[in-house]
Design a protein around this ligand. Structure first.
Ligand SMILES: Cc1cc2nc3c(=O)[nH]c(=O)nc-3n(C[C@H](O)[C@H](O)[C@H](O)COP(=O)(O)OP(=O)(O)OC[C@H]3O[C@@H](n4cnc5c(N)ncnc54)[C@H](O)[C@@H]3O)c2cc1C
Length: 278
């Protein structure tokens, strides 16, 4: 299928993008196009105007500063995968990135696009939540920062308003006590996950503290499993699995019962990873 006709404008500044979003209620931002163009081609959406943000400078950097790793919204998945800064200081992202689609998709798709799109089965929204990260947003009232806990609102629904542009994501830089874990089950490598789990924690002697478990593919948004987190802090993996209180629904990939079973399988795998020193 071909998309419905649309107008196209390539902008050079954030101000221009925000202004155009204000003038055209039926406009969409275009980043890597790896989700948006598919929805256009399938006529799941038919915006009148695409605002291409790839010409805005300063949104494609990766830096480590003040105990955080900051990644510009236009950084491609492939560039992040090759980044020494991410390998060294954001190891959870480094583990998750190779699971996103296939090489051609990672060459064009952006981290900002993935977070803004907020597919419930996507890897990066769950990583952002597991890491207690945040996003920078520029809108008509200027710049603001939103914590991951407050960003994912519902199915493909986020804290972004109609005139907002996500400009960067930020996660805490990993220290020597940082522990991370990542696992997903997909039909084939590169497919969206049936169920996945991104996790972070802090080593506290032989125990774990500050455990954050973010499951994906099990609800409308990435979801924390807080009772299981508490059980892992207490050092009891069996109790953590028993405490999982997620209620996945059937979807095209698997039944709710299969997904629920898989959350326990993944939790055991990730718990083992969290106990390993970096
Ligand atoms: C075959 C296939 C398999 C895939 N598999 C996976 C997978 O396994 N895991 C996964 O996570 N993803 C997967 N993807 C999607 C891929 O990761 C996309 O790159 C990503 O979801 C969207 O990023 P993008 O830059 O392409 O955004 P676009 O497609 O350009 O935009 C997506 C949406 O986000 C909005 N948007 C984009 N950037 C911004 C911004 N800076 N501020 C505000 N809004 C913005 C757009 O307006 C649009 O609504 C797959 C895609 C394909 C085609």
């Amino acid at each position: 299928m071909k998309p419905a006709p649309f107008a196209y404008k390539k902008v050079r500044s954030l101000a221009e993008a925000v202004a155009l979003l204000g003038e055209h209620k039926d406009a969409r931002l275009l980043a890597g196009g790896q989700s948006l163009i598919a929805t256009l081609n399938m006529r799941l959406s038919a915006p009148a105007l695409l605002i291409d943000i790839n010409g805005i400078s300063g949104l494609d950097g990766i830096s480590q500063k003040a105990g955080t790793v900051e990644i510009g919204a236009l950084v491609r998945h492939a560039a992040a995968e090759r980044s020494d800064t991410i390998t060294e200081h954001a190891p959870l992202l480094a583990r998750a990135l190779p699971h996103i689609g296939h090489a051609a998709i990672r060459n064009r798709g952006t981290l900002g696009g993935s977070i803004a799109f907020a597919d419930p089965a996507a890897e990066l929204p769950a990583c952002l939540l597991a890491l207690d990260g945040e996003v920078d947003v520029t809108g008509p009232k200027g710049k603001r920062t939103v914590k991951a806990d407050d960003f994912f609102k519902g199915l493909f629904e986020t804290a972004l308003g109609p005139q907002d542009v996500l400009t960067a994501i930020r996660v805490p830089a990993a220290g020597k006590d940082t522990r991370v874990g990542f696992a997903e089950l997909a039909r084939r490598h590169g497919d969206y996950a049936i169920v996945g789990l991104a996790a972070s924690a802090r080593a506290d002697g032989k125990a774990l503290a500050d455990v954050r478990l973010a499951f994906f593919g099990v609800g409308a948004t990435p979801l924390r499993a807080k009772k299981a987190e508490a059980a892992l802090v207490a050092g009891n993996v069996d109790a953590a699995v028993a405490a999982l209180d997620l209620e996945p629904h059937d979807d095209v990939q698997a039944s709710a019962a299969v997904k629920k079973h898989l959350t326990g399988v993944l939790l055991r795998r990730v718990a083992t990873q969290l106990m390993e020193p970096r």
